[in-house]
Design a protein around this ligand. Structure first.
Ligand code: FMN
Length: 196
């Protein structure tokens, strides 16, 4: 039996402790650009299997959800409007741990939660949303143009709230790889072991 006070893998912790372990990684990532947990890949459903890197901006415990920011004009927005299911992927090369979260997303544009997130951004963060060209539009030269007023970016700012419906974790280990699926139930998180 694994010793839960000194687990050989975070996957051996109790399900609520695995969620606490992950939340701790996310919390630390919010204050450093060195953490891989800050820069997950967000996959949506659409033509050409769209995937891209995003910055983790916040998370909430109950229901477990994570937040990202994006430009309302970017391609991911119509993809999420058509199908709010999104998958978020992290690979931690130090722990040799892959975490995949299946989520249902909600888009906030012009809402109070979006306003709160916007007000927390520094000026250079807001400026990204003041680009006058639509993200992904063809340009004659690599010289993006921006409106003078960073507050203009508010019109394009979108908060994505992704509520986690399932977490799949794979831990690569010399003594044997292990994998489990965590699912939120009414009574708490349940774990199912999966063949790696
Ligand atoms: C390190 C890094 C962080 C990024 N963070 C974000 C982000 O938080 N939100 C975002 O919309 N795009 C972010 N991007 C840009 C996206 O990866 C992507 O190029 C852009 O959003 C357009 O994606 P789309 O056309 O699929 O919507 C980031 C890119 C990198 C390399």
């Amino acid at each position: 039996m694994p010793d839960s006070s000194n687990p050989s893998s975070p996957l051996h912790l109790s399900p609520p402790d695995i969620i606490r372990w992950l939340s701790d990684k996310w919390q630390t990532s919010l204050c450093t650009t060195q953490s891989i947990y800050r820069f997950p890949q967000l996959a949506t459903i659409g033509h050409n299997a769209p995937v891209r890197t995003v910055v983790l901006r916040a998370f909430h415990a109950s229901p477990l959800s994570i937040q990202f920011h994006t430009d309302i004009r970017s391609a991911k927005v119509p993809q999420l409007r058509e199908n709010p299911q999104a998958t978020i992927h992290w690979y931690d090369p130090i722990e040799r741990l892959q975490t995949i979260a299946r989520t249902t997303t909600e888009l906030h544009h012009g809402t109070n939660p979006a306003r709160t997130a916007w007000q927390g951004l520094p000026v250079h963060g807001k400026r990204q949303y003041s680009q006058t060209d639509t993200p992904g539009a063809e340009m004659q030269a690599p010289s993006p143009r921006f409106a003078e007023d960073p507050e203009y970016g508010w019109n394009h700012f979108c908060l994505i709230v992704a509520t986690i419906t399932e977490i799949d974790m794979l831990h690569l280990r010399q003594e044997g790889n292990i994998r489990c699926k965590l699912t939120p139930e009414k009574t708490g998180w349940s774990r199912m072991w999966l063949a790696p």
